[in-house]
Write a new protein. Structure first.
Length: 161
């Protein structure tokens, strides 16, 4: 699961959530390298021929586009949501791509975990409602993970009331 409850420290519980990462750094290197090698194989037929110089810019551009798209996707998935739950307050901090940070705080006594089966951007859209606003949590998780997280969050909040 792409979320983890950290060991409790005193009266505080912490939850970290992050998106799935199916392509690791070594996998990225292997994929781009293998793609470059496979694209270069047809160039062997035109070595020493002026056609090589006509094809080469397009092949290099294709490899660069693949590299750029995979890197951008990886940077866009650099998200960490951290939920800190204690007796007197609950804090949700979202560390987004490009260093963006968003904070939300509320009294855990008044916070409710809500699952919107329909009407949200994803099925079983999970939110925390308390205080003046409602915030999403774990929108990048799969549907089954959001359902599981809802039960765990409800139990954790009940333990702190």
């Amino acid at each position: 699961m792409p979320y983890q409850w950290l060991p409790p420290s005193g009266d505080t519980r912490r939850l970290h959530l992050w998106p799935h990462r199916s392509l690791t750094q070594p996998g990225f290197v292997w994929f781009v390298g293998t793609t470059a090698a496979l694209i270069a194989v047809p160039l062997l037929a035109v070595l020493g021929n002026p056609v090589l110089w006509g094809l080469l810019p397009f092949l290099v551009a294709a490899i660069w586009a693949i590299w750029f798209a995979l890197r951008k996707n990886g940077r866009d998935r650099d998200i960490l949501e951290e939920l800190v739950l204690s007796r007197d307050k609950i804090t949700l901090t979202r560390h987004g791509p490009k260093g963006q940070r968003q904070d939300w705080r509320a009294n855990p006594h008044w916070v409710r975990v809500e699952s919107h089966r329909t009407g949200g951007p994803v099925p079983h859209y999970l939110t925390l409602k308390g205080g003046p606003r409602e915030v999403e949590i774990g929108a990048f998780l799969s549907e089954e993970e959001r359902i599981s997280l809802q039960g765990e969050l409800t139990e954790a909040l009940a333990a702190f009331r």
